[in-house]
Design a protein around this ligand. Sequence first.
Ligand code: PLP
Length: 185
Amino acid sequence: MSALYFDSASTTPVDADVVAAMTDALRAASGNPSATAHRYGRAAAQRVGSCRQQIADELGCEPDEVIFTSGATEADNLALTGVARAHADKGRHLIVSAIEHRAILACAEQLERDGFEVTRVRPDANGVIAPAAIAAAIRPDTLLISLMHTNNEIGVIQPIEAIACSAAKAIPISKTTPPSGFYTG
Ligand SMILES: Cc1ncc(COP(=O)(O)O)c(C=O)c1O
């Protein structure tokens, strides 16, 4: 009997095109992209730069807004802790869902120990986070809303666009810096 894999919300088999691109990069440009004093480093830096540009074009952002991390836990920590610490003078409140990945929940707990307040919005019986529930949690001192797009355990896909629209309407008009939104996964 052939095996069936049912954990694609957590991780998926790597696409053949990705394997080919990675193999090519590892073979042809294995220098340190930070060591631009030699041609091996410059070749690697050129590749990293063009990947950064391609991702930025796809996301509609600037290349220097794309940050590569070693994995999702590091990215979660960078986003939450980075925004919270950089903007602590503007507010000390964060919103996450109660069913975020442990990497987000642990980071939120650490920020609470550091003096921030965190609202954990609960999902409905189907695991869906209601846009109205996020909007209701927004306060004048809310800095950041972090929601996972696809839950890695139950596979539910959150209505991110509706949540973003609803949250945008709930942001107090007088607030000059709107909360940052991140979704991961
Ligand atoms: C939102 C989120 N954060 C963190 C992780 C953990 O990933 P990593 O092992 O790359 O740190 C996952 C993995 O599914 C995830 O979905």
